[in-house]
Design a protein around this ligand. Structure first.
Ligand SMILES: Cc1cc2nc3c(=O)[nH]c(=O)nc-3n(C[C@H](O)[C@H](O)[C@H](O)COP(=O)(O)OP(=O)(O)OC[C@H]3O[C@@H](n4cnc5c(N)ncnc54)[C@H](O)[C@@H]3O)c2cc1C
Length: 391
């Protein structure tokens, strides 16, 4: 079996690597962490991607894309993750846009897609609620028809980037009598609509850019903003989750962090010799580098399936579980390797690797939760992959 990339893919990788190096502004080395700075740098990068036709390159040409194949998408994500680069509107580009192409009306596509493709808008996702996460179909946020509008009342939580978002894609219950998957409608909601309030939630990294609780009090959403059919929103939402689960960035981020740790172990002396000569350190590094290669192959398998028109299911769950748990193993190892400095964030004079390890140690805990927890992914692997009975 030939695992090598084609000459065209290699040329594309070189082109993208040069672009990312030039376009992405990394955070100031060891400067204090500033949430707004992160948001602005991601938006800046997004705009540069638009200018080069990269942001929505996986979209069809008629909607501002260039029909880029799966492998090119993977290469783009790998090169971005290797540099730590990210754009801001992941929800719009990878979820709302593709969902509009499948479930939206032509009028909705003309209205919403250009703004996403041009990086002029930020979308957030209003799915989870205080009592509905893994069992999303149990959601209670209510929308009631009233003339040409629906009136929404309820609460959403963990809404990433709600503070900066212009629009939300929202799941709301429109028929409380129907079986739980059947009474849900998918709305596209202008975040400036009266009655929406956004309360930031500070996470354990002491950051509030990522999270918010969003409440709806008599929020009027026009019928024209329903994606798909009334009461059939669950099926459009399921399409969204399929997009979210086919990510490859975890592998590249793991490799990047591990390479930085290996460099640190080479450059740091402990009891008169470089840390890298310690057999325990070498053993752990070798084990983790091997696991990174495994994660890479699992990711490429998902891409390979997608290239053949197969929607990955338990295969994508395997990547999610393995990739995110590997990220936790690596940051755990990093904290031990860096010693006391492993607990310091960017901004401290004694921080190593710009505080990346302390940050990763906390952040990677979220990675086994969002986009479907490890337990839920294991349930999918058990039932759909291994054919075990549902409990
Ligand atoms: C960083 C981050 C960003 C997020 N961004 C968004 C966002 O933008 N928009 C949004 O809508 N949501 C967002 N979420 C929410 C996320 O989708 C939910 O946290 C996730 O679906 C889990 O739901 P929950 O937190 O309610 O946990 P619960 O579903 O209450 O789960 C609690 C625990 O029980 C386990 N469990 C639950 N059901 C089962 C089962 N059937 N079998 C075995 N174990 C089970 C879970 O694995 C978990 O360990 C985000 C979460 C994080 C961490």
């Amino acid at each position: 079996m030939d695992f090598d990339f084609s000459p065209q893919d290699k040329a594309f990788r070189a082109e993208v690597r040069a672009f990312v190096k030039d376009a992405w502004q990394p955070p100031a080395d060891n400067g204090p962490e500033d949430e707004m700075d992160v948001v602005l740098r991601r938006k800046d990068f997004e705009k540069k991607m638009v200018a080069r036709g990269y942001l929505t390159m996986h979209w069809p040409e008629e909607y501002g894309g260039r029909n880029a194949g799966r492998m090119q998408q993977v290469i783009m994500r790998e090169e971005m993750a290797a540099a730590g680069a990210m754009y801001l509107d992941g929800q719009g580009v990878n979820m709302v846009g593709p969902n509009l192409m499948i479930h939206g009306t032509e009028e909705q596509r003309q209205r919403f897609l250009p703004d996403i493709a041009n990086g002029d808008v930020v979308w957030c996702q209003g799915f989870s609620e205080p009592n509905s996460g893994s069992d999303l179909a149990s959601l209670q946020c209510r929308a009631v028809a009233d003339g040409d509008d629906f009136v929404v009342n309820g609460q959403k939580v963990w809404t990433s980037y709600a503070r900066y978002a212009d629009w939300m894609h929202l799941l709301s219950r429109t028929d409380p009598e129907a079986p739980k998957h059947k009474g849900i409608t998918y709305f596209l909601v202008d975040m400036k609509t009266p009655g929406i309030s956004v309360t930031p939630i500070v996470n354990m990294m002491n950051e509030s850019a990522g999270f918010a609780e969003t409440t709806f009090e008599d929020v009027r959403v026009p019928r024209a903003n329903i994606l798909g059919e009334v009461d059939r929103g669950w099926y459009a939402a399921a399409t969204t989750l399929d997009f979210e689960r086919s990510s490859i960035g975890f592998t590249t981020q793991s490799r990047r962090t591990l390479e930085q740790l290996a460099r640190h172990a080479s450059d740091t002396e402990y009891r008169g010799r470089p840390l890298i000569e310690d057999p325990v350190v070498r053993d752990e590094l070798a084990d983790l580098f091997t696991a990174v290669e495994v994660a890479g192959l699992l990711s490429y398998r998902v891409t390979w399936l997608q290239e053949r028109g197969v929607v990955p299911n338990h295969e994508a769950s395997m990547v999610k579980v393995f990739g995110t748990e590997l990220r936790q193993r690596i940051s755990n190892f990093g904290v031990k390797l860096l010693g006391l400095a492993g607990q310091l964030r960017n901004g401290s004079a004694h921080a190593r690797m710009s505080g990346a390890i302390a940050r990763d140690y906390m952040w990677t805990m979220a990675e086994t939760v969002y986009g479907g927890t490890s337990e839920i992914q294991r349930n999918i692997m058990a039932t759909r992959g291994l054919g075990l009975p549902r409990s």
